[in-house]
Design a protein around this ligand. Sequence first.
Ligand SMILES: C[S@@+](CC[C@H](N)C(=O)[O-])C[C@H]1O[C@@H](n2cnc3c(N)ncnc32)[C@H](O)[C@@H]1O
Length: 287
Amino acid sequence: MLIGQALGWASKVLATAGIDTARLDAEVLLAEVMRVDRTYLFSHSQDVLAGDQEELFRIWIYRRYQGLPVAYILGKKEFWSLEFLVTPAVLIPRPESELLVEGALERTARAGPTPLIAEVGCGSGAVIISLARELGRGRFYATDSCPFALWIARQNAHRLQVADRISFLRTDLLRGVIGKGWHGRFDQVLSNPPYVPRQEVRSLPREVRLYEPRRALDGGEDGLYFHRRLLPEAICLLKPGGYLLMEIGQGQCQAVLSLLDEEKALAEVEVLRDYRGIERVVCARKG
Ligand SMILES: C[S@@+](CC[C@H](N)C(=O)[O-])C[C@H]1O[C@@H](n2cnc3c(N)ncnc32)[C@H](O)[C@@H]1O
């Protein structure tokens, strides 16, 4: 089969499964099979695929046809221009979560030479690892309730050479960190907690609903179960002047601002919008 023919066939197959990005997905998967970049495919459309390449490509197209996201097929996803390993044990890091990293970086100016930062629900580790690399200094704690997610996060920290500065803890929210007695010592607490209202989980796109971990999505009745529980724990760990940054879902801003309003320890609340203009990250400073 020629490269051009393979792409035409795969695009049609994926389109019949209702995949909007059929052509793009076919190109990304074939480029990875051949270990070339996508532009190579266009300039070599008349080249013949090797037998083993065609076989692997057909397997991957079949998996994609079944709904498996491209990132899980490839086992990797780019975030903050870094490559992260991903498996179905972790949420595929989303571009909008880069705003958490940006927000955290902008708020480290007043921290000392070794900022102490915690992330709750680290998943693949994309947020905390990107921050650790970009900051080049600091001590980090990353928690998750899932041991398989923590295993992936540790692999990513090793691959990206920040494992010596990040401690990964299996615990409920921040309980394991609070248990160490570090009250009032953290410069920042960050989290992209599960925030999809329970009733909406079943109407998420098929590839999210079937393949991404439910424990990374389901935010309880109104989607704010974790934000609500995180507030007092984060306040307990933050030092005066320290920041809490939480990712939120579309349309949740007012409800989260009301929660923050009830916490007298937090002030200077700011809302950061993502690249689509959606209110995405809420930041608050401990007074
Ligand atoms: C939305 S994902 C975020 C993953 C990653 N931080 C990112 O932005 O790509 C939420 C994460 O919270 C974890 N989680 C769920 N419940 C938790 C709990 N009670 N304590 C700690 N982590 C939890 C999930 O396992 C999942 O990895």
